[in-house]
Design a protein around this ligand. Sequence first.
Ligand code: GLU
Length: 575
Amino acid sequence: MLRRFLLLFVPLALGACVTTPAPADPAQVQRPVTSALPGTGVVSAADPRAAEAGAEMLRRGGSATDAAIATMLALTVVEPQSSGIGGGGFLLHHSADGTIKTLDGREAAPAAAAADWFLGQDGRPLPFMDAVLSGLSVGVPSNIRLAAEAHAAHGALPWADLFAPAIALARDGFVITERFREFLERAPNRAAADPQGRALFYDSAGEPLPVGTRVRNPQLGQTLEHIARHGPEWFYSGEHAEAIASRVAAESPRAGMTLGDLTSYAVKERPPVCGDYRGYRICGMGPPSSGATTVYAILKQLERFDLAALGPQSAQFWHLFAESQRLAFADRERYLADSDYVSVPVTGLMDPGYLIARGGLIDPDRRMAAVAPGTPAGVAMVWPDGDEPRDSGTSHFVTVDRAGNAVTYTSTIEGSFGSGIMVGGYYLNNELTDFSFAPEVDGRPVANRVEGGKRPRSSMAPTLVYDARGQLVLAIGAAGGSTIPVQVARALVGVIDFGLPLGEAMALPVLFSPGDTITIEQGSALEAMVPSLQAMGHSGITARALPLKINGAQRTSAGWVGAADPRSEGTAVRE
Ligand code: GLU
């Protein structure tokens, strides 16, 4: 399971020569941007142009939902490697009256999909990139349905208005940033797999267009214009839906997506998954996402330790953080999948007694020799671990309006540039590679195996945090594949335990330990702690430039403050 991830990021053992690329020059990366004025709203997103699109909606009197939808649409244009209308997402809505709604707009497998979807003729799992760059990887694009559902419930502005900034960016053009150019260089096999993508982002010699080039995407402008004018149905029925289905089917070696898969796609409202940590209530997205249960397990298993006293400079804190991840990911691997298809013991996994007992396994000074999944209450079947690959390409954004409504929304096309297949000026996702390729292990079915209509397990963790008075104090989420719950948990420890402002909590380094190895963020203070971690029994520590990107907003005494990951081009914009 970890093997493919390691191949993707080419790690280097610490202690040997460390020659992985240096992190982006801080001078070229925007620092956490804060914005606070009492009574005004805020948008935090991974791209300033998308954040501005959302803020424009707030200025026009739009709601947090309007702003979030405008941000999602603008990201389709300016950050096409990460998310967009060719993919899906999870949206949490906090109403000023205190109610939470969690919407599952996850891409679904076509009805024709079955357990052998990702098996080759020899019965073995397909090579990862063969699956990605084919119609097999494409789930039903669901962000437009998700936006429509959210808008119907909480929108204030007319639907068409939300599209104006994205249409302008597509028609008038947007400038290629350094980060985007890096993605074009790194992933031409995906970005230029389709003639549309090649023509948009590469020159006639096949070189990525230089930083600063203005790119116009009139085809996407037209697609957005149609959805704005004719509503979401234009996307899910008729000519455009036919074009998606036939293109995906044509790129697939099996009978694949049909028009019926698009017309029948439905967003599902799921129960919020919440738990208490040091007097705060942490609420997130349940199955098919593993986000809420994994973030909460990492935190709750650590509650017995005085993390505040240890602080982020202490190697012991990072040891504890690693050990808690190992426990949380063992359960995630075993139990998390689409709960409409398999029984997921969410209540048992969130049970404080269960998590406190799991946390009791952690030795404060020594790495646990072995970690196995636990047995939470409600386990109907002990599934074997799947072989889900790990990929990264996603965007998170947060909006808060002046009435106090908030949205935390993670939008994705799965890997960078998704499947590489383009329709109507946007990339189609490769979300289905979030399923386990192997449907069974030793004759036992894997929970996250492919099934018709099923939604692949996700790591996405849009999160809302309430204080002891029930007041919303944080809205947060991240991109970066299975590092997502870890990034979110680290930021929450930063705010709750270390008392840091959100921007600083997001800037803390990341240590990722989902199994027997540890990956530390290259160039961070963690590198100096390696000898101490080794003395506590950790081995196999590698330093790597991890795919980190987190966005959020925090209530302060001066009002809502937005913050973006200093490693990213993200920013926060005030209403
Ligand atoms: N598709 C992944 C998931 O749902 C997210 C990929 C990423 O964040 O880069 O967990």
